[in-house]
Design a protein around this ligand. Structure first.
Ligand code: DX5
Ligand code: ZN
Length: 223
């Protein structure tokens, strides 16, 4: 069961980088719960994005927790750098990691929150043994690598299975969804059990202000 208010994590991947500080400040004023930073290496996913310098710059302009989603091979190599830059939490992928438990322990040794992300083709069952060590689970609702993709409805039963697993094994662990979240899909993900919504293009776009976009997302959850 999802309890408590749903948290919003705007993803800066969709932000206007020429105005990044302003856009993050606007998201903070509009009640964002954390800022989601998508890090891509061009290998784990077919796209490049940003490194620790962005986290370091954002650390100066916001008090919000900076959540770092590492879509990279060998995340262990970069944890120290991001932690020093100001990351508060890490989301690392189960896929492509030969020992995700070691990665999670390293994150915790740095005093940071640890989350494991799984791709659309990965079963929620892989989370079972690692769950007691986690603060956060991330269900990818698109294949990672790009913003502006369509939500994959086939992930909804998996969100529900992850919710059951969390309620049974680690109540209090966050259940986050990422990819294609907008005013139409957010209620579906929440009904399935998600309690944290990552949203990129639904928050940062040319059609409306960041505040209006976040308000629209929240309103969609109120019916
Ligand atoms: C996708 C990233 C997402 C992305 C979501 O690989 O992990 O965080 O920014 O963007 P939207 O909300 O536009 O699908
Ligand atoms: Zn992400």
């Amino acid at each position: 069961m999802t309890t408590g208010p749903i948290k919003l994590a705007p993803s800066i991947l969709a932000a206007d980088f020429a105005r990044l500080g302003d856009q993050v400040a606007e998201a903070e004023r509009a009640g964002a719960d954390r800022i989601h930073v998508d890090v891509m290496d061009g290998h784990f996913v077919p796209n490049l994005s940003m490194g620790a310098e962005i986290v370091q710059s954002l650390r100066r302009v916001t008090r919000l927790p900076l959540e770092t989603h590492l879509m990279i091979f060998n995340p262990d190599l970069f944890l120290d750098e991001f932690a020093q830059a100001g990351s508060d939490s890490f989301l690392v992928h189960w896929e492509g990691n030969t020992d995700v438990s070691r990665t999670v322990q390293r994150i915790k040794a740095l005093g940071k929150s640890a989350g494991v992300a799984i791709n659309p083709a990965t079963s929620a069952a892989v989370l079972e043994e690692i769950l007691p060590d986690l603060d956060q689970v991330l269900i990818m609702t698109v294949n990672p690598g790009f913003g502006h993709q369509h939500f994959l409805h086939t992930t909804l039963p998996k969100i529900a299975r992850a919710r059951e697993l969390i309620d049974r094994t680690k109540p209090g662990c966050g259940l986050e969804v990422d990819g294609g979240i907008d005013a139409t899909t957010a209620p579906l993900a929440v009904d399935a059990g998600a309690d944290v919504l990552v949203a990129g293009s639904a928050v940062f776009n040319d059609r409306e202000s960041v505040a209006a976009a976040m308000q629209r997302l929240r309103a969609a959850l109120e019916h």
